[in-house]
Unconditional design. Structure first.
Length: 208
């Protein structure tokens, strides 16, 4: 029993060290020390035993009294998520890269209650298995015999959003914004991955 506990502790230490190393890899993408530090706390919360991965819960897990800091990290802090995406993709290729790997495109839904979350409307969600009020995200994953990981993402904006510039401005959607189908969003993600030399022999996708 003691040996099992020691093995579990060693595994936890290895995970912690791996997360620290990954954070060190992306730390330079953050212009200031505060968001750099908070990004690590945010990742720990996502990977930790947090019941709901919202701003309040992640802030509490990080020992903060309000979600303001976590919200600033995601909304206004000076960092480029696409550059972090590139760092992540490079890390995944180093760990899981294989010429026989597969790039996998798929969508998933995020159920919502209100009408102000960017891209939300009543639409079919595979998560719910029915038409419901939700956002839809299109994701690119990398899968090989060594493991699998997400390497990119795009939020689907329905025409009800792209045809309403006032609504987009109110939700802080960057301009210019245009409607893209889910296959078009897939191409937006596949092109930089392939241009970066991501090793793969197949691209597969669920029917959109």
């Amino acid at each position: 029993m003691l040996e099992d506990d020691e093995a579990d502790l060693e595994e936890v230490r290895a995970w912690a060290a791996g997360l620290q190393a990954l954070h060190a890899r992306i730390a330079g993408r953050f212009a200031r020390a505060e968001p750099r530090r908070r990004a690590l706390a945010y990742l720990r919360g996502l990977l930790g035993n947090v019941g709901r991965k919202n701003g309040w819960q992640l802030a509490e897990h990080a020992g903060e009294r309000t979600p303001d800091g976590m919200q600033r990290l995601l909304a206004t802090a000076d960092w480029d998520p696409d550059l972090v995406r590139d760092d992540l993709r490079g890390y995944v290729v180093e760990q899981l890269g294989d010429p026989g790997a597969v790039l996998v495109v798929d969508e998933t839904g995020f159920l919502k209650k209100g009408t102000t979350s960017v891209g939300v409307q009543r639409q079919y969600s595979g998560t719910a298995g029915k038409i419901d009020n939700c956002q839809l995200g299109v994701f690119l994953a990398y899968a090989s015999g060594k493991g699998r990981a997400f390497i990119d993402r795009e939020l689907y904006l329905p025409r009800s959003w792209t045809d309403d510039p006032v609504r987009c401005r109110a939700a802080r959607v960057p301009e210019p914004v245009e409607f893209r189908t889910k296959p078009q969003l897939a191409r937006v993600m596949l092109e930089p991955a392939l241009d970066a030399g991501t090793p793969a022999s197949w691209v597969t996708a669920d029917e959109a």
